[in-house]
Design a protein around this ligand. Structure first.
Ligand code: SF4
Ligand code: SF4
Length: 256
């Protein structure tokens, strides 16, 4: 396709918070405790689309999104707000550098000039350039396809930001306070969409998908032919943004 994305748009975190986060990332160990805390309705709906709470991270699963741009209203930013709220991404009045893990993007067809608005976050590439260029191994991909940054060993070189074709990553310039324990952040490190791994590991769906009133963001297991997301991808057309890069994205779109 000929579309190109156009954006319209301290102190390190407490050691114990990062250690806790790292254990969850590497081991998927948060699973059981989280499931017990869910309300009945949330539990059944979520588990149908995210992983069973007692299941470890496995390459048999690949998490992803199918986003229907046709359902995305021009004036809606509920997914962006939900992400910001979930991860306490407060701005500093500097839109150029403020963290935004999901943002409204306008794609323009070079031939026709037709534009489409869609939400864009880290595409959780199967062959992630951000991981390839990271000199310390801080950028990594989990067995289930979720691409993350280990804040322990990120040195803030920002090579990954330059390598990402989707401008999905941002650098933390300011001292961060009031952060969520499950989503630690630190000045001098790089960050991006975590696919709400803290939710997924509890059998829940990501905050942006949950918040969308039009159900435009469908989350699920791309490796399971019986999942809602796979079934829809098998019967309806969808595409990757900049599929020509052959990064095998975890996020696919409809209506572009
Ligand atoms: S979209 Fe960018 S940050 Fe996300 S996995 Fe791909 S290269 Fe890395
Ligand atoms: S999956 Fe979570 S972190 Fe990623 S864009 Fe959605 S709300 Fe933000």
């Amino acid at each position: 396709m000929s579309n190109t994305p156009q954006q319209q748009a301290g102190e390190p975190a407490e050691q114990n918070q990062i250690d806790s986060y790292r254990r969850k990332l590497l081991g998927g160990g948060a699973a059981i405790a989280g499931a017990a805390a869910l309300g009945p309705g949330v539990f059944f709906t979520s588990v149908a689309r995210a992983k069973p709470a007692d299941q470890a991270v496995s390459s048999e699963v690949r998490w992803g999104f199918l986003i229907d741009a046709n359902k995305c209203a021009d004036n809606c930013d509920k997914c962006v707000t939900a992400c910001n709220d979930e991860h306490n991404l407060t701005g500093f009045g500097r839109p150029e550098t403020d963290a935004q893990w999901i943002r409204a993007v306008t794609l323009r067809d070079r031939k026709t000039g037709h534009t489409t608005k869609l939400p864009m976050m880290c595409q959780h590439c199967a062959h992630p350039p951000c991981v390839d260029v990271c000199p310390t191994g801080a950028s990594f991909k989990r067995a289930d396809g979720i691409v993350l940054v280990d804040k322990h060993i990120c040195i803030g070189c920002r090579y990954c930001m330059m390598a990402c074709p989707y401008k999905a990553r941002s650098f933390v310039h300011e001292t961060i306070t009031n952060q969520q324990e499950y989503s630690p952040r630190g000045k001098g490190t790089v960050e991006s969409c975590t696919l709400c791994v803290h939710r997924v590991d509890k059998g829940e769906i990501p905050a942006c998908a949950e918040a969308c009133p039009e159900k435009a963001i469908l989350f699920g297991n791309l490796n399971d032919p019986g999942s809602d997301i796979s079934q829809r991808m098998a019967t309806e057309a969808s595409t990757e943004v900049r599929g020509d890069l052959r990064l095998d994205l975890g996020v696919r779109y409809q209506g572009i």
